[in-house]
Structure formats: structure tokens, C-alpha cells
Design a protein around this ligand. Structure first.
Ligand code: NDP
Length: 242
């Protein structure tokens, strides 16, 4: 398929921030590949966005499943031959269900929140290298910023849990490494903190709506390449400490 639109793939996009990021990218003229692990929920979200006039296609993608990743890469290769934007948004916070931390929860959290973004970026790299403006944005969190958590401990201690914060701290390090390593390939990489946002993960207690929560990623995706804050963690245009 030939399209002059930029091609974006957003993971965990059937709801929450991923769906809203997909909506805002679609509004800005991207062709959005809306990735979801549940095929019917992905199709439902894609249909809803398409009904508003944007170009959106669902992709079945459990980010921890190597076969799904291979199929997604095959689909994008044969359909578009390139990828302009990869948003690693899918994430879990298993410890926030009130039952605390366990080794098994930590393992699963690391698998989804940081190993999968690594695997996806590696798998899509040949397609990203074919883009004239390739970007990878990792949806991270202030709760993975060692500097912020150290500084704000009394305010954040009730939100910090080992598995989730370790996973986002590791994702931040991945962003620093990839941002520096992939420059030569023309692929920009940065980490985003969306804010504390009303979603299933963020809960109703969060102060921000998804429309604003999506903006950090969407701004990173759409800002001029020259001003892209490569290899950083940022929120709404302001840099956060690692
Ligand atoms: P939601 O719980 O609303 O959405 C999470 C999404 O990730 C869902 O689509 C979920 O799919 C998907 N997902 C989970 N596991 C997998 C998997 N194995 N494969 C594919 N998709 C998966 O959360 P948010 O929208 O709030 O979170 C999005 C991202 O933003 C996360 O990375 C989160 O850590 C980050 N974030 C959110 C904040 C907030 O305040 N909301 C604050 C800081 C960071 P399914 O519906 O099938 O479960």
C-alpha cells in the first residue's frame, strides 16, 4: 500500500493513553496501526477512531509474544515497507491491586514494561531505518526517575512499588542507550512521562484527563526533528532527571 502519511504503531492502544495517543496522531494525519493484545478490543477501538475520519488499522499484538511481534513486523513490511513512529505505550502495574509485590509480579512487570519495548524496537529497526524521520517513544513514568523519586520521596512513597518503578527506571536507561546508539541510523529515541492520568492504570483519583496525558508523546512525535530531545526523559516539554 502506498501512502504519503507517516506510519505510526502504538502498543496497548485499545484503551487509556494508547487509544488517545492513536486518536491525536490520527487527527494530525498519521496512518495509525492500533496494536492491542485482545483482537476484538483492538478492532472496536480502531472502528471507533476510523468512524471519525482518520486512517486506523488494528494489529493483534501481545507485546510479550515473539510470534505476534514477528507477525506485526511482517505485516508492516509487506503493507508499508517502513515505519516512521513506534510508541511503546503498553504497560502494567500489577502491584497496585492492593496485594503488594511478589517475585512473579516483578518478573511479569519487567517483561511487559521494559523487555517488550526492547524487543519491539529491535524487531522494527530495519523498518524504522527506512523512514526519513524515524522516532521511538517509550511511555515511561516519573516513578521510574531515580532523581525525582529521591527528591520527592515523602510525596511519592505511597505510589512507588519495586516492580513498576524498577521497570520504568530500566526503560529510562534503555531510552538513554538507544537514543545515543541509534542516532547514526537516523532513529531518534526518547522517554515520556505522561503525568498522573485518569485511566484504568492511573485510577479515577488522577488529576489529568487522557487528552492532556497523551500530549507529551504526541508532541515528541510531531515536533521538528531538530528540537527533538533525543535520549532524555521529559514531560510536557520539560526535561526530567533520570
Ligand atoms: P491502561 O491500563 O488504561 O492501558 C494499558 C494498556 O496496555 C492496555 O491497552 C493493555 O491492554 C495494554 N497491555 C498490557 N499488557 C499488555 C501486553 N502484554 N501486550 C499488549 N498490550 C498490553 O493504562 P494507561 O493508559 O494509563 O497506561 C499506558 C502507559 O502509560 C503505561 O506504560 C503506563 O505505565 C504509563 N503511565 C501511565 C500513567 C497514568 O497515570 N495513567 C502515569 C505514568 C505512566 P489490555 O486492555 O488488554 O489489558
Amino acid at each position: 500500500m502506498t501512502t504519503t502519511k507517516k506510519i505510526a504503531l502504538v502498543t496497548g492502544a485499545n484503551k487509556g493513553l494508547g487509544k488517545e495517543i492513536s486518536r491525536q496522531l490520527g487527527q494530525q494525519g498519521y496512518y495509525v496501526l492500533l496494536a492491542a493484545r485482545d483482537e476484538s478490543l483492538g478492532k472496536q477501538a480502531a472502528d471507533e477512531l476510523r468512524a471519525t475520519g482518520m486512517e486506523v488499522a488494528p494489529i493483534k499484538l501481545d507485546v510479550t509474544n515473539p510470534d505476534h511481534i514477528a507477525s506485526a513486523v511482517h505485516f508492516v513490511t509487506t503493507t508499508f515497507g517502513r515505519l516512521d513512529l513506534l510508541v511503546n505505550n503498553a504497560g502494567i502495574a500489577l502491584e497496585w491491586d492492593g496485594s503488594g509485590t511478589s517475585v512473579e509480579k516483578i518478573r511479569k512487570t519487567l517483561e511487559v514494561n521494559v523487555i517488550a519495548p526492547y524487543a519491539l524496537t529491535e524487531a522494527f529497526m530495519p523498518l524504522l531505518e527506512k523512514s526519513a524521520d524515524a522516532r521511538v517513544i517509550h511511555q515511561s513514568s516519573m516513578l521510574g526517575s531515580i532523581g525525582e523519586v529521591e527528591k520527592s520521596w515523602p510525596h511519592v512513597k505511597n505510589f512507588v512499588s519495586p516492580g513498576y518503578s524498577m521497570s520504568k527506571a530500566a526503560l529510562n536507561m534503555l531510552s538513554l542507550i538507544q537514543g545515543n546508539n541509534f542516532g547514526a541510523k537516523g532513529v531518534l529515541v526518547a522517554a515520556a512521562h505522561p503525568g498522573w492520568v485518569k485511566t484504568d492504570l492511573g485510577s479515577d483519583a488522577a488529576p489529568m484527563e487522557v487528552g492532556d496525558g497523551a500530549k507529551t508523546v504526541v508532541n515528541l512525535a510531531t515536533m521538528p526533528r531538530e528540537t527533538f530531545p533525543n535520549a532524555t526523559l521529559s514531560h510536557m516539554g520539560a526535561r526530567l532527571p533520570w
